[in-house]
Design a protein around this ligand. Sequence first.
Ligand code: EPU
Length: 478
Amino acid sequence: MALFCNFSIFPKPFVPSCSSQKTQFSNQNTKQDSIFRIKGPAALSGHITISGSKNSSLALLAATLCCSGSSLLHNVPNISDIQAMASILSFLGAKVESFDGKMMVNSDGVDKVEVDSEEMKKIRGGFFVIGPLLARFGEVVVALPGGCDIGKRPVDLHLRGLRALGSVVELRQVQDGKVWAHAANGKGLVGGRFRLDYPSVGATATLMMAASMADGITVLSNVAKVMIGGIPTDEPEVVDIAHFLNHSGALIEGAGTGTLVIWGKSQLYGSECVIRPDRIEVGTFMIAAAITRSCISMSPAIPSSVSCLIDKLSEAGCKISQLDQHTLRVSAVPAYVGDDLRGFGIKTSPFPGFPTDLQPQIMALLTTCTGSSLVEESVFDNRMTHARELQKLGARIQVSKSSAIVFGKDEGSSLCGSPVIARDLRGGASLILAGLAAKGTTEIHKIEHIERGYEKIDTKLQILGADIERSTPLPVLV
Ligand code: EPU
């Protein structure tokens, strides 16, 4: 069986036949005040299993709202962002069941067009429901989304695109802001043309879902993708959505080309798909091998989805091999690669450029390399707050707006355990990596940020031999 994007087409609504025991989607037991305590330096070895992609799962869960009947998603990670998305769907009236890493959603019972603000504030992906609800019911009210605090995260492209599909959209500053939208014709969306100023992943997702159910043909240009040397390269999450919708009865052409042509359908039917492995989790573990000068392997992984990182880690001196179609091994063991890894520069950009979601983890690694390295963040305008926490661990980093010079181990950085605070998801991951490399004990607070996007990261690191535990700090006596 092909492992990823393995879609089955159901000419009629998908009828669930899974006999597994159904359970509630369980929490990872993250108490608000739990911490990770890491004793370093760690030497890692062995193999870990990569979970399904957070961002693909969030978008595909929203896309199930477009479909009648049941949709079955395999390989959905058990993380708090997915739990929040599941509660948004349930709040709207969808039936959501989870079992054995799968989620089944039946949205036939959806009877609300206004989303609960509290849930929306928890995650960015919740905003994706605006497209399906508007297309299906002709009206929707959605609070502005939450998500990591990594800069201004406007939704103007989502809203302007929806206007191009025949809706009246208003952003009102009620409390933290809410979007009211309704179809201008009083019925539903109509096909239209829209060019995104910036290839936003989220806006592309919203508009694909909306256009799939609009009346007529929609052309979306400058969507999230890039041509490399004239070859179209797929933005993985966008391609997943296009495949899912197509297998649910939509007709979307051009995924991966920069222009999508979408023939709207009045009815889509639930289908089944396997969520691809999380490329950011793959990248995080690759960097874990590098920062601890260890050798680990991981699967399933799609090497082309992390090609930028493979290039950079190879430039530093790591040896990366593909053991089979879906298994990657990263070695930074000094006996094989030499005593030092060399620093390198990165500038984040939309796929297939260097992923912004790996920038904090790379910054941690660069503190242990030689030389000074330039890190430039060009996707989000406030994604450097982890630098301050890395400094508490002994990193020497100079930040100026969205750039940072990271001084390596021969230029003043020397990681040593300390209490630190995870300020967002990927910044938190960078602190785990730094804690693995640091001498002594690192305590990471606010780990709920990390567990939004990494499934059982502590357990996976323990499997690799790390000394990491989750614990609750003793109350301070006053
Ligand atoms: N932007 C606009 N207007 C819009 C939408 C986006 O100006 O209407 C700008 C943003 O301000 C930002 C840039 O475009 O500067 C990129 O935003 P994009 O829409 O591509 O990102 P997103 O949909 O908000 C998703 C992921 C992020 C990931 C980015 C880039 C989800 C739920 N989130 O965010 O994931 O960093 O794409 O790949 O899919 C993470 O996993 O840690 C994470 C932050």
